[in-house]
Design a protein around this ligand. Structure first.
Ligand code: XLS
Ligand code: NI
Ligand code: NI
Length: 443
């Protein structure tokens, strides 16, 4: 458990360290499932889940929406000087992270400190906060899961950053990425994320898609080479999302990104950071995206949240659907796990969730649901017929002609001959409802 780290003043007064109290507790400020030292499938929950708090949603996002002004009035936003204000925000962040027992955090450059349009001034500000963060990390034991640069909010990026038709804008994006990489390296960040909200187009009428994607790949190579040269040993993650804010984003979904990384020879350095609500926007389930990445050996990290069945945008709500998360955990635990990454709560409390405690309830719910889902998924994998049913479904490929086919030993004529000799195949059930009940029986 981490030490609570306070700054000059306490921002979340009256809230103490959130602890594990077990499923029977009636304390809303306690974990029911996240017992960090509990061992499941050979590892502690802490080491499996590697939870991270997201700076942008929890300490920057102020509840404003396209129709209304901010509703979250943060006491850490009071000071006039940008660096001093940013230090207060960092005090609040580390107070929250340590009270919540979150072992990691993630940030964009502009979440940490407000940026201007002066590159040198921005670098000075970020470096000041990196020094401050070093002290905070050392005092708390909280680590940086990943850093990233926000290449989508500033108006210069309205036509994209690395895919902008104007080279001048691309160069500004590069300046920002350089500083964010320097910060990530200085803070011992374990990974670095690229999410390209504007790397795409609004209309093909004005877009040379092929050229833009080639620029994107060149940009990633250039950034990767810089980071490696400067000692970065971690993994780069691409975070797929099909749209929003652009009409179409080049990092559409896991399969598209894997194809892109393969085409441009980036597979060795990059993996995927998959977000629940981005999967559903792409018309997939989260499990689908996890499975695609796992099968390619490319599952790096997760941005945890959930969408809304009635809304078609990235609502970034906190996860609370146990069935969805159990199915996700079955893929993660049954596959390669998260390679280098963790579970970052890329989720925001609602506009009208205005109590300081709401941020805690949101994370408690999210951490508990992942812990519970992991425990359930492990039981399903260990004790139930789940794996057996799946394996047996493909048994016809384990021996004889099926095996020969898998090994590439049968011609089209051979297959035809087999069909004739063996007559009409039996009707075999997929057992979907049986499997759905099985999952529910373990929940
Ligand atoms: C937006 C993305 C963003 C990334 C980081 O939809 O999820 O928050 O995770 O740039
Ligand atoms: Ni995200
Ligand atoms: Ni998102």
């Amino acid at each position: 458990m981490s030490n609570i780290v306070l700054g000059e003043k306490e921002f979340f007064k009256g809230i103490t360290q959130v602890k594990y109290e077990g499923p029977k507790t009636d304390n809303p400020m306690a974990f029911r499932w996240y017992d960090e030292s509990r061992v499941v499938a050979g590892k502690t929950l802490k080491d499996h889940l590697r939870f991270a708090g997201a700076y942008w949603h929890s300490f920057v996002g102020n509840g404003a929406d396209p129709f209304g002004e901010p509703t979250h009035i943060f006491p850490w936003n009071a000071k006039a000087d940008a660096v001093e204000r940013a230090k207060d925000k960092m005090d609040a962040a580390f107070e929250f992270l340590t009270k919540m027992n979150l072992p990691f955090y993630c940030f964009h450059d502009v979440d940490v400190v407000d940026y201007t349009n002066d590159i040198n001034e921005n670098d000075r500000r970020l470096q000041a906060l990196v020094e401050y963060a070093k002290q905070k990390q050392a005092a708390s034991g909280v680590k940086l899961l990943w850093g990233t640069a926000n290449l989508f909010s500033n108006r210069r990026y309205m036509n994209g950053a690395s895919t902008n038709p104007d080279f001048h804008v691309l160069a500004h994006g590069a300046a920002q990425v350089k500083a964010a990489l320097d910060a990530t390296i200085a803070l011992g960040g374990e990974n670095y994320v690229f999410w390209g909200g504007r790397e795409g187009y609004m209309t093909l009428l004005n877009t040379d898609m092929k050229r833009e994607q080639a620029h994107f790949a060149k940009f990633l190579h250039t950034a990767k080479d810089y980071a490696r040269k400067n000692g970065f040993k971690g993994t780069f993650f691409i975070e797929p999302k099909p749209c929003e804010p652009s009409k179409h984003q080049y990092d559409y979904d896991a399969a598209t990104v894997i194809g892109f990384l393969r085409e441009y020879d980036l597979l060795n350095d990059f993996k995927l950071n998959l977000e629940v609500n981005h999967a559903t926007l792409a018309g997939h389930t989260f499990q689908h995206e996890l499975q695609v990445a796992t099968d390619a050996g490319m599952l790096g990290s997760i941005d945890a949240n959930r969408g809304d069945y009635q809304n078609g945008w990235d609502t970034d709500q906190f996860p609370n659907n146990i069935t969805e998360i159990v199915e996700a955990m079955l893929v993660i635990l049954g596959g390669t796990g998260l390679q280098g990454g963790g579970i970052n709560f890329d989720a925001k409390i609602r506009r009208n969730s205005t109590d300081p405690a709401d941020l805690f309830y949101a994370h408690i719910g999210g951490m508990d649901i992942f812990a519970r889902a992991l425990i359930i998924a492990d039981s399903i994998l260990q004790k139930s017929e789940y794996k057996k049913i799946r394996t047996e479904r493909y048994a016809s490929f384990d021996t004889g002609k099926g095996k020969a086919f898998e090994e590439g030993k049968l011609s089209l004529e051979d297959l035809r001959q087999y069909a004739i000799e063996n007559g009409e195949p039996a009707v075999l059930s997929g057992k979907q409802e049986y499997l759905e009940n099985l999952i529910n029986n373990y929940i």
